[in-house]
Write a protein that binds this ligand. Sequence first.
Ligand code: AMP
Ligand code: MG
Length: 398
Amino acid sequence: MITVKEALDIINKQQKDFGTELIPIAESIGRILKEDLSTDRQLPPYDRVTMDGIAIQYAHFANGQRAFPVAGVAPAGAAQLTLEKDGHCLEVMTGSIMPNKVDTVIRYEDVVIENDVATIQVATLKEGQNIHWKGSDRQKDTLVVPYGTVISPAEVGVAATVGKTHLKVARLPTAIIISTGDELVEIEETPLPHQIRKSNVHRLRATLAKYKIIADRHHLDDDMELIKKDLAEIINKYEVVILSGGVSKGKFDFLPEALAALGVEKLFHKIKQRPGKPFWFGKAPNGTLVFALPGNPVSSFLCTQRYFVTWLTTSLGLSKETIPHGILTRATTFKPDLTYFLQVKVSYNKKGQILATPVDGNGSGDLANLVDADAFLQLPRGKDLFEKGEVFPLLFYR
Ligand code: AMP
Ligand code: MG
């Protein structure tokens, strides 16, 4: 049996680059940008009026002039006007290009316009006010979104403004999630007393969907021949295979044997941890990675978050996240020689530090307990008592 660290090292060695693809920006949310985005023109691209109002020559105001005959109107989207008559003004709208021969904008709220003459109502003005100067945000050919960024609505807006209809993003692996077990039925079914609804596979699909992977789904009954037959086809077809259940010591836990028979190299089986000890990880001759997770919902959940998500995010080139730490708020004992992933509720103290309060559950089968907790606190092997106030790595899953 290997340690958590050894398991993570083995998994990290299997990081894969799935290449890139070009997609429309409308589909890019949540994807990982694989190009630099730069400005194709200055931002803003022209001296932009920022208030609806009038534009004047400041020198006239400084000389005491308050009434300015209106010589024209500059709507947003119209080509640049020029003030032809000295001492006049032009009405200008937010977003319009600042006309020639004027230098200061006064908002409508500060003028009265009567008989085509605008009279300024305020005593002081700042020369050049209410203008967003050309290039003052960014110069042309300036990097605005770097390679490796996760695309959020903000990046979509910037991409549009610099003229990108399509973005080069990380290609996602093809993936399938497979439930195993004769006791499992579909969500819509009414389970018999000895049956349960499948949950792991749906939760796993949801995790993958967070990273924009739409995984296929399959089910295997506890039947060695059937498992081997189906898995042989599946491994050929998908780059990532995630299995749920069937990797423990039970009489019907056929997966380790079936995977070995199919030539899938076992990279490890079993980790010194609770929950999630029976996790099996391997690689098929064609390079397909097989994550065979324990069936118990909390074990499966922990292994997904701790190992699969780490593997996926580093493979996709997301900057390696630094794991935050949380302060244990209540003494906890754990005797077995295993890393213990304690379910905790997260809160913050006045210093902004993260507090981790244990959420007692009924062990690795207690699926409902997962919704009461926010994270796992990773308590190391080699000690039994974890004191209040001690600090440990925290795996958030919300
Ligand atoms: P196994 O690892 O196959 O022995 O399963 C361990 C436990 O997890 C059993 O109680 C199973 O019923 C349960 N289990 C396995 N797969 C799932 C699943 N997809 N959803 C919910 N529970 C499951
Ligand atoms: Mg089973």
